[in-house]
Ligand binder design. Structure first.
Ligand code: NAP
Length: 317
């Protein structure tokens, strides 16, 4: 049995624990919050042996094998490092950290300590994403990919001064949503950036509320469009030498449409295994069971490259 501990019991930790309960190899052993009262409330919803009133207690617990870090982005770096040094396997929410320098340091530390660390880029694990990748790269259904246009614009978010999304040190749409767009570019166009143009808009509080980046990778083009101030189609459009593929929704694909140059259209709908979190969790438990220290699907090099692209866009803003 793999004993899990949750660090930070906010919105997403609820979704995580629901999916974790579906993998019979996993046991939710403990939850930790900044107050023990909150941890106890969470424990009533998701029964586990211990409710801790500090994050450090979960790292000091010798029974815990793996931790899920579900804190606001800014705090990931500190707690990933502490978890590695406590020799806990780490699944950390996206974005893993907030810049390239931090993720390089995490990569070096994780490799030195031989500890499994993975950014929870759930997108890459859902069956629809895997099928699209297989059709694009193995079957080459649209030929060579020339362009990837990614768009993830959530509806207009009301200003909330208590939300990390409106906190300048970690908020805005690029870190929160754009990291999913960037993950596609990393997965398909893993080359140095040759050209970069960025348009953007800031919310009055100072966080980015809209970002549009056109990125050249050799002779291929990637578009990152993300927003928290407008609603647009949430999708990825791949343009190849003999057709297009549309994948949606971007962050947890269910539908694939292929439009070939001869106007032939193929539609596919691929359901989740239980939900959009389950496959990522099952993959992480597979890695633990096979004593792997890194994922081949979302490696630390992938996280480093994503952070590099994100930093390059931010530098232009
Ligand atoms: N994979 C996905 O689909 C998905 C979706 C949404 C968000 N996320 C990611 O998950 C992470 C958490 O997002 P969330 O929406 O769950 O956030 P949230 O609801 O605000 O919860 C974050 C938790 O972090 C804890 N925390 C510790 N230090 C804090 C501090 N100084 N300020 C505020 N909270 C602090 C709080 O727990 P206590 O009060 O218990 O201490 C809070 O409940 C983010 O990195 C986000 O990008 C992932």
């Amino acid at each position: 049995m793999i004993n899990w501990g949750v660090i930070g019991a906010g919105n997403i930790a609820h979704r995580f624990c629901e999916a974790l309960s579906k993998d019979k190899r996993a046991n939710l052993e403990a939850v930790s919050c900044r107050t023990v009262e909150k941890a106890q409330r969470f424990r009533q919803l998701f029964p586990c042996n211990k409710a801790y009133g500090s994050f450090q207690e979960i790292l000091d617990d010798p029974v815990i094998d793996a931790v899920y870090i579900a804190l606001p982005h800014y705090y990931h770096y500190e707690w990933i490092k502490k978890a590695i040094l406590a020799h806990k396997k780490v699944l950390v929410e996206k974005p893993a950290v907030i810049n390239f320098k931090q993720i390089q340091e995490i990569k070096d530390l994780a490799r030195k300590e031989q500890i499994l660390v993975m950014e929870a880029m759930k997108t890459r694990f859902v069956p629809g994403y895997k099928e699209a990748k297989n059709l694009l790269l193995d079957k080459k259904v649209i030929g060579e990919i020339k362009k990837i246009e990614t768009s993830f614009c959530s509806e207009h978010l009301e200003y909330d001064p208590n939300s990390y999304l409106f906190d300048c040190k970690q908020g805005g749409c690029l870190w929160d949503l754009g990291i999913y767009n960037i993950s596609y570019l990393d997965d398909y166009f893993n080359y140095e950036i040759s050209e970069l143009n960025v348009n953007y808009r800031y919310h009055d509080c100072g966080v980015d509320s809209y970002v549009f980046a056109k990125i050249g990778f050799k002779d291929q083009v990637g578009i990152v469009e993300c927003a928290m101030d407008r609603k647009k189609e949430n999708q990825v459009v791949f343009t190849g030498s003999y057709g297009k593929m549309i994948v949606k929704p971007l962050h947890r694909p269910l539908d694939i449409q292929i439009i070939l140059s001869d106007d032939q259209v193929i539609n596919k709908h691929i359901e989740y295994e239980y939900d959009d979190f389950y496959s990522e969790i099952a993959h992480f438990n597979d890695l633990i069971e096979s004593n792997k220290t890194e994922s081949e699907i979302m490696s630390l090099d992938n996280s480093v490259n994503c952070a590099k692209i994100l930093d390059a866009i931010r530098e232009k803003m």
